[in-house]
Each structure stands twice: as C-alpha cells, then as structure tokens.
Design a protein. Structure first.
Length: 167
C-alpha cells in the first residue's frame, strides 16, 4: 500500500511526541523533495526535523521525485500552494491508497480525485481506538497549544472525542 504524506502530519505528530504512530500504521511513507525541504531544512530545530531525518536514514520515509508539472499545475490553479499541488500530484501519479494531509484545501482537492485522506487528528483517533494512546483529549489540547488550528468547541474536536468515547 502506497501512502503519500504532506508536511503537516509529520510536524504535528512530532510536536505531540506521537511520530512513531506513522511507522506503526503505515510502515513506509512517500513524500516529495519540497516536503523534505520544509520539514528538515526550513524546519531546522523544530518539531519533525530530527524525526524525519531519522526516518529517512532508517528508510521508512522515502523521498520520491516530483511528478511532472502539468498535473501539479491543475491543483495550483485551484488555489493550493505549489508544494501542496505537488503532493497531490505525487499521490495520484503513484496511485497512492492514502494521502496524509491536514490542510482542508488539500484534502478537498485530493478527495475530488478519489484519493482517501487522513490527517493528524484522524491518526490520533485511530491510535486511541487501537489502544496505542491512553487518552485523546490531552493530545488534541497539546496540538492546539503548539499552534495546530483546532477549535475545542468545533465539530472535528468534538466528533473525535465522541468517536473514542471521551465525550
């Protein structure tokens, strides 16, 4: 199963010390050079940098070549960044079974192309359901404290807690 990831889940799961869930659930992740650049080079000293460096060294995160610009251009025209467009194009080109992304515009564009998508909150919900984390709410609150946009009174937060029996 091919799984392609954007930078968000890499950074956000690292920020709440749950990065190992990615290997546990997906075994191998594919990403593009721009995501590597964002997380490792531009993100030096921040959440995700060391974790991604190690995952690359351990070869469970693989950096794929960026797909041709024609496909990515279609998504750029739809108001997503060049990097986000290239991530979606990579997932389509590689016939990915799943795309990991947090950005709503990226998720909507991917779904329009029949890509299955999960984000940081969904991964944490799955970890709670499968017993890999004891409680979800503290992790969601930690995400918020690190700058992740998630409204505690909002639908995503509340539905996540309901799904795991914490509401």
């Amino acid at each position: 199963m091919i799984v392609v990831t954007d930078s968000g889940p890499l950074i956000h799961l690292a920020s709440v010390k749950q990065f190992p869930l990615l290997k546990r659930f997906f075994h191998t992740l594919h990403t593009i050079p721009q995501v590597y650049e964002e997380v490792v080079a531009q993100g030096e000293g921040r959440a995700g940098e060391l974790e991604v460096r190690q995952a690359l060294q351990d070869r469970w995160i693989l950096v794929s070549t960026t797909p041709g610009p024609a496909l990515a251009q279609r998504f750029i025209a739809a108001n997503v960044s060049q990097t986000d467009a290239a991530v979606i194009a990579c997932a389509i080109t590689r016939k990915a079974a799943l795309l990991l992304a947090d950005d709503l515009a990226v998720r909507e564009m991917a779904r329009q192309d029949n890509l299955a998508v999960i984000g940081t909150v969904g991964i944490l919900v799955q970890a709670r359901v499968e017993g890999f984390v004891d409680r979800l709410q503290p992790l969601l609150d930690q995400l918020i404290a690190t700058g992740f946009y998630l409204d505690p009174a909002g639908r995503v937060y509340q539905n996540a807690l309901k799904r795991v029996g914490e509401r």
